[in-house]
Design a protein around this ligand. Structure first.
Ligand code: ADP
Ligand code: MG
Length: 432
């Protein structure tokens, strides 16, 4: 997903196949009657000094994922691995001291500065607290250190002994940022850091974050519902819908050519400020479905302008289609069912697999895949991988192969496909 060429070297955080399901309890006995699938199999990497923009509508699981990444809550499955001396180690397996070390290196800034800044504490106590807790400095040095942090966020000595309510929203966010910087972290998770601010103040905070990133080589996970906020901020984007990645890749590539209808809809949801563009917002109709009962097939199909009646297909529907198509069923040799939406179908000949692909190709939403195939060149060296056609459903390809690396094992955005990868349909099609 996040292109290899721009991210030479190791990630600082690696998120693999993370899920977070919240139990739903009912009745006097508080029996578990279901699960809210807030995050449902998400993988991506964060590189030093770079920004990953995590985008999606409210309720898509962004904050939950942010908390899992920060180690504030454990994932239901999957792992968050942190780079300790060039080795990725799962944060849930860290012993106490190392976990503390991770926590000081990975800070969070929240949207709501009223809730996250204690109203009864002075700015000096708020910003100085992490330094005290970690016994970094004390006494006069502490005052000077806090002043220096305030200076870095555009505040000064005169603000030391005031309370949060005496500041404007933008200034309060500066205080939150100063507190996050106190322990000199490598990563900051910013959860909607500018969403509560006026547009002009928003721009000032974004500038500040940009400057701090350059000066300190900070990595950001920038969580926002507003794609336009991260356009000039994020090096790469992860677009989330109902707990899953819809599309991921380099920011510029995604803005130049979004593949997923959801990404397109998010872009349309905001008037464009680009010159010459008509700023009529189309946006998204309806609301995000209940994550406790996500739609079958593609999660987005209930709201997708390109959806066809096959978008909600499950494995059984595919098999039924094969049964009804002359010559196809005979060449189907195995169905390895992984879930109702996921199976490996094996055929005795390549042409049947190709026929199935053709059937998918007939859907209007699949034409993008064909274009993706066109983008891909050079056939050498990658004979092991096969294409995974991810759903009659999601416009996401998965490719397995030795050189593709970990990202590709779960939803890799089409925009992030390595350019030198050859894709060939073999006698096997995996429908997920
Ligand atoms: P976002 O930040 O994208 O708006 P959230 O991560 O806050 O999304 O929420 C994703 C889903 O998980 C929502 O449906 C929300 O109601 C649910 N959720 C979040 N936190 C909890 C929790 N502690 N218990 C149960 N459900 C939760
Ligand atoms: Mg949120």
């Amino acid at each position: 997903m996040i292109s290899k060429k721009d991210n030479v070297g190791q990630p600082i955080l690696s998120i693999s196949d993370v899920t977070k399901h919240y139990p739903i309890r009912e009745g006097a006995l508080q029996r578990v009657v279901g699960h809210v699938r807030a995050v449902d199999g998400v993988s991506f990497d964060i590189f030093p000094g770079k920004t990953v923009g995590l985008v999606g509508e409210s309720g898509c699981g962004k904050s939950t994922l942010g908390k899992v990444v920060a180690g504030l809550t454990d994932p239901t499955s999957g792992s968050v691995r942190y780079n300790f001396n060039n080795q990725l180690v799962s944060i849930s397996s860290l012993e106490k001291n190392k976990f503390k070390n991770f926590r000081r290196n990975c800070q969070m800034v929240f949207q709501d500065s009223f809730a996250s800044l204690n109203p009864r504490h002075l700015v000096f106590d708020i910003v100085g607290r992490p330094l005290k807790v970690y016994k970094e400095v004390s006494g006069y040095d502490l005052v000077e250190k806090v002043v220096s942090l305030l200076n870095q966020v555009g505040l000064g000595r005169e603000h030391l002994y005031r309370y949060p309510h005496q500041f404007s929203g933008g200034q309060r966010q500066r205080i939150s940022i100063a507190r996050a910087l106190a322990l000199n972290p490598e990563i900051i998770i910013l959860d909607e850091p500018t969403s509560a601010l006026d547009v002009s103040v928003q721009a000032q905070i974004l500038n500040l974050l940009n400057e701090l990133q350059k000066a300190r080589n900070l990595a950001y996970l920038f969580v926002t519902h507003d794609l336009s906020v991260v356009r000039h901020m994020a090096d790469s984007l992860v677009v989330m819908y109902l707990g899953k990645i819809a599309e991921a890749g380099e920011t510029q590539a995604i803005f130049a050519k979004p593949y997923h209808p959801y990404t397109k809809a998010l872009m349309d949801a905001k008037p464009s400020f680009d010159e010459g563009q008509n700023s009529k917002a189309k946006g998204l109709d309806g609301v995000v479905p209940d994550p406790a009962r996500p739609p079958q097939g593609c999660r987005f199909h209930t709201r997708c302008s390109l959806a066809t009646d096959k978008c909600g297909w499950e494995v059984d529907d595919v098999v039924r289609w094969l049964e009804d198509t002359p010559g196809m069923f005979e060449s189907l040799t195995a169905v390895e069912r992984k879930s109702e939406f996921s199976a490996v179908l094996s055929f005795s000949d390549e042409s049947s697999a190709a026929n199935l692909k053709q059937e998918i190709g007939d859907l209007s939403r699949i034409t993008s895949w064909i274009r993706v195939f066109g983008m891909v060149n050079s056939a050498s060296g990658y004979d092991e991988q096969h294409i995974v056609i991810n759903g009659f459903s999601e416009l996401v390809l998965e490719v397995f192969g030795p050189d593709v690396g970990r990202h590709s094992r779960s939803a890799i955005g089409v925009a992030g496909l390595p350019m030198n990868l050859a894709i060939e349909i073999e006698g096997e099609v995996l429908i997920k």
